[in-house]
Design a protein around this ligand. Structure first.
Ligand code: NAP
Length: 787
């Protein structure tokens, strides 16, 4: 366990044991318990930007929390029922949890001050909860949440809503819920329990329900659960009510309810109350928020929203843009992501062995270093974890709409606004449109006859199905690019037989692997060290750029390393010849691998270079007439980069689409701005890919450029900003002239169109791009003053 978790955990658990547990006891009068709890409630850290309002909902006093820095991204409210065993507790005692939930979900969170026992026994609390639910449900979808007794109350409320035919809640989030108040079910002591005692719970049960503890509205574990909405249950192992969570989860599953149980080891009763102080509590609240958002998105009808900025794509560039907007105090944006998770290419590319091929210190944003990398070349899951952690820390899930496939974007010249429509029928309007879908988002299947006839398992590397196993199968892999080279070694280890269909042999250089140990991580957490390492890598990788120029020392060195790698990795001279590239080094993406050649030398692996003629129901027929039968076909055939963004109708000025504007290949100023498409900014647009360093080094200046343009529009009270067509043309003419004689123009690759135009690569050093792109020259742009 990390120190940032274990130290506050120790302090908080000790505090609860010392200051709270002794007072939650039948020995103290209930008013004294309430007063003491209110006193302790002041301890806690609230998130910035979230505002509390006192409210009265259906006559029930309540607190309403909302992040007021931006317009909500979706309709819906969280109804949060606080715990306190029906006798103590209030919205005030649950402020930290409610506020963090409001921040992480972007939703209003309403915490009613429902009537408490013993003055107001059952069914007063349930009646109040129902009244509040009715009032909120009249305004839109509601997610019901609650902790401890509030969790039981939330479940009882959901059952009552169902039984009375009211509109169903979108979901139920139950934190350490108390769902069985019968004395006979009071649990044995749990050593780590920091808050509850069985004696106190029994006293509370008597105050609230008297002898009616067996009533399913009091002990909703006993209710009929069929037809309830999705439920998330969270609890800790060190609490009296953990068994009740498990029992409830089992009962819900038995009733056919979509229930998820999260049991946190070594955590106590309703540990998410410590959000803002304890990392595991923050993570738990973030998961509740994501559950709420998913449930609301699934159940809500099509929705209209207005924002300042719409960002398309939640990969590295979309996340960078979102965080940079926040840094500038601009919170009113929404991230639209067509996949079911964030991560972009790292969500799509989850094939076995997926790794980044630049060192991890440069695969983190300059403003968000990551001390947790386990190795120099981070693998896909840890990159995703980094992205996830950034989204959690910056509250980005609240601004993210997953499964939102944009079908149309249209610029309205009269207003200078972009209008959007999603496949689901949602509509959005924004002043600025940031398109960060990335060049490697559209998988390309091979154009080989018979592909659809194949009856075995067919996988594309960018749409991997982890449910399908290749162990013991006869597998064919088409492609030998960066992706194939990573997935071939793990497949070779488990497949009965592997045929690798190579159309072009590629340049393979050694990978400077290194595991990061604990002391690397400790040092990496020290900002000056992290900065020094990052700067050193940026400079070192820049040397690689020289390797693309004929006659340089760097190129000679790289050629030598590639030859050595072949000699070292391939013992068989015939195989070595087969794997020797016949095009200039660097023309396609250089591959860095230490295990590819050894994998190809395995006895169960064969490299096939005879061209593929067709695919049959059971295998692949090559031009020599030979058919190789196989159970699984893996296409590592890359992405469609030429028809960038063409699956989406983006209409600019005069209704012209981006596809029309780009009929001769994509073009933009610095890969960011496109003439005829005002207020549109591309991240990783045309000619921003790099063959020698981290793409993140290009994303950051592009985001700065776009935000500076947005500021300029607002500063001058303009309606829109648009790059001048002559500037874009001159910029691209210069780029193409530079690229014409370069190494990238000398072979077929995803960097080029069929006509040979290099549309993906930026030909220079990172510094050259950063200097040119970071600060926009407003002379390159036209600002539309509007009316
Ligand atoms: P790719 O570089 O475009 O490679 C596609 C492979 O499929 C090539 O070997 C290509 O052969 C072959 N191919 C395509 N169509 C074919 C057909 N009809 N018949 C036979 N072979 C066919 O795609 P990728 O490997 O997925 O890599 C794309 C980019 O993703 C990389 O350049 C890199 O930028 C990025 N990437 C990065 C990492 C990383 O950071 N670690 C990992 C994976 C990918 P030809 O060469 O003959 O066309």
């Amino acid at each position: 366990m990390r120190l940032s978790e274990s130290i506050p955990a120790f302090a908080l658990r000790s505090t609860l044991r010392l200051l709270l547990k002794p007072f939650l006891s039948p020995r103290w009068p209930v008013p004294t318990q309430r007063a003491w709890l209110q006193t302790l409630a002041g301890i806690g850290r609230l998130p910035r930007g979230v505002v509390r309002h006192a409210a009265s909902v259906a006559g029930v006093p309540a607190e309403r929390w909302q992040d007021e820095r931006a317009r909500p991204c979706r309709a819906g409210t969280v109804l949060y029922l606080h715990g306190g065993a029906y006798c103590v507790g209030s919205p005030r005692t649950h402020r930290a949890l409610a506020a963090w939930l409001a921040r992480d979900s972007g939703l209003p969170v309403v915490v009613p001050d429902y009537r408490l026992a013993p003055e107001h026994p059952f069914p007063a609390a349930l009646d109040d909860a129902l009244a509040v639910y009715d009032a909120l449900a009249a305004q839109g979808p509601v997610l019901i949440a609650g902790d401890s007794a509030g969790g039981g109350l939330a479940l009882a409320l959901a059952v009552q809503v169902r039984d009375s035919g009211r509109p169903a809640p979108a979901g139920l989030a139950l934190l350490s819920p108390w769902v069985d108040l019968r004395h006979a079910h009071q649990p044995p002591p749990v050593p780590g329990e920091a808050m509850l005692t069985a004696a106190w719970m029994q006293a509370c049960a008597a105050h609230y329900a008297g002898t009616a503890t067996g009533d399913p509205r009091v002990s909703p574990l006993l209710a009929d659960h069929r037809g309830l909405p999705p439920v998330l249950i969270q609890c800790g192992t060190d609490e009296l009510l953990c068994d009740q969570s498990r029992a409830l989860h089992a009962a819900l599953l038995a009733a056919g309810v979509d229930s998820t149980l999260e049991v946190e080891p070594h955590r106590w009763h309703v540990y998410p109350l410590h959000a803002g102080q304890l990392p595991s509590a923050n993570a738990a609240v973030s998961r509740i928020a994501r559950f709420a958002l998913k449930a609301l998105d699934a159940s809500a009808p099509p929705h209209h929203a207005v924002h300042d900025v719409v960002i398309l794509g939640a990969g590295m560039s979309g996340l960078c843009m979102a965080m940079k907007l926040q840094q500038q105090g601009r919170h009113d944006f929404v991230l639209l992501e067509q996949s079911d998770g964030l991560g972009g290419t790292w969500w799509d590319n989850r094939y076995p062995g997926a790794q980044v091929d630049v060192p991890a210190p440069v695969y983190a944003f300059s403003f968000a270093p990551n001390a947790r990398w386990s190795q120099r070349f981070a693998n896909a899951p840890e990159i995703q974890a980094y992205q996830q952690a950034l989204a959690e820390k910056h509250g980005l899930f609240a601004r993210l709409r997953l499964g939102a496939r944009l079908s149309e974007a249209r610029f309205d010249e009269a207003t200078g606004l972009w209008h959007f429509r999603t496949a689901r029928g949602d509509t959005l309007v924004s002043r600025f449109f940031v398109c960060s879908a990335g060049p490697l988002s559209q998988p390309r299947w091979p154009d080989i006859p018979g592909l659809d006839d194949f009856q075995g398992l067919r996988l594309h590397s960018a749409r991997w199905d982890h449910g399908k196993k290749l162990a013991g199968l006869r597998v064919g892999v088409i492609g030998t690019g960066s992706t194939a080279v990573q997935l071939i070694p793990p497949i070779a280890r488990e497949a009965a037989q592997l045929h690798v269909f190579q159309r072009t042999a590629n340049w393979v250089l050694p990978r400077l692997e290194r595991k990061y140990r604990w002391f690397d991580r400790v040092l990496a957490a020290f900002p000056p060290y992290a900065l020094a390492v990052r700067t050193a890598w940026v400079q070192f990788l820049e040397l690689g750029r020289r390797g693309f120029d004929e006659g340089t020392f760097m190129r000679r060195m790289m050629l030598g390393l590639a030859a050595r790698q072949r000699r070292k990795g391939i013992a068989n001279p015939a195989l070595r010849r087969t794997l020797t590239p016949d095009y200039p080094l660097g023309c396609k993406r250089i591959i860095y691998s230490n295990d590819y050649y050894p994998a190809l030398s395995q006895p169960n692996v064969a490299v096939v270079t005879t061209p593929i003629e067709r695919i049959t129901a059971h295998g692949i027929v090559t031009a020599d007439g030979a058919e190789r039968t196989m159970d699984a076909l893996v296409c590592a055939t890359g992405f469609d980069t030429v028809h960038l963004l063409q699956s989406l109708a983006i209409h600019g000025r005069g209704g012209r689409t981006l596809s029309e504007a780009w009929k001769d290949g994509p073009e933009a100023l610095h890969g960011i701005s496109v003439a005829g498409f005002p207020n549109l900014f591309l991240m990783l647009g045309p000619n921003t890919a790099t063959g020698h360093t981290s793409t993140l080094l290009f994303i950051e200046p592009a985001a700065d450029h776009a935000i500076a343009c947005m500021r300029e529009v607002e500063r001058g009270g303009h309606r829109a900003i648009e790059v001048r067509a002559d500037v874009q043309q001159a910029h691209n003419a210069a780029l193409q002239q530079r690229l014409g004689g370069s190494v990238w123009a000398q072979c077929r690759s995803w960097y080029r169109t069929e006509s040979g135009k290099v549309i993906a690569i930026f030909p220079g050093f990172v510094n050259q791009y950063v200097r040119a792109a970071r600060e926009p020259r407003f002379a390159d742009y036209v600002l539309d003053p509007g009316e």
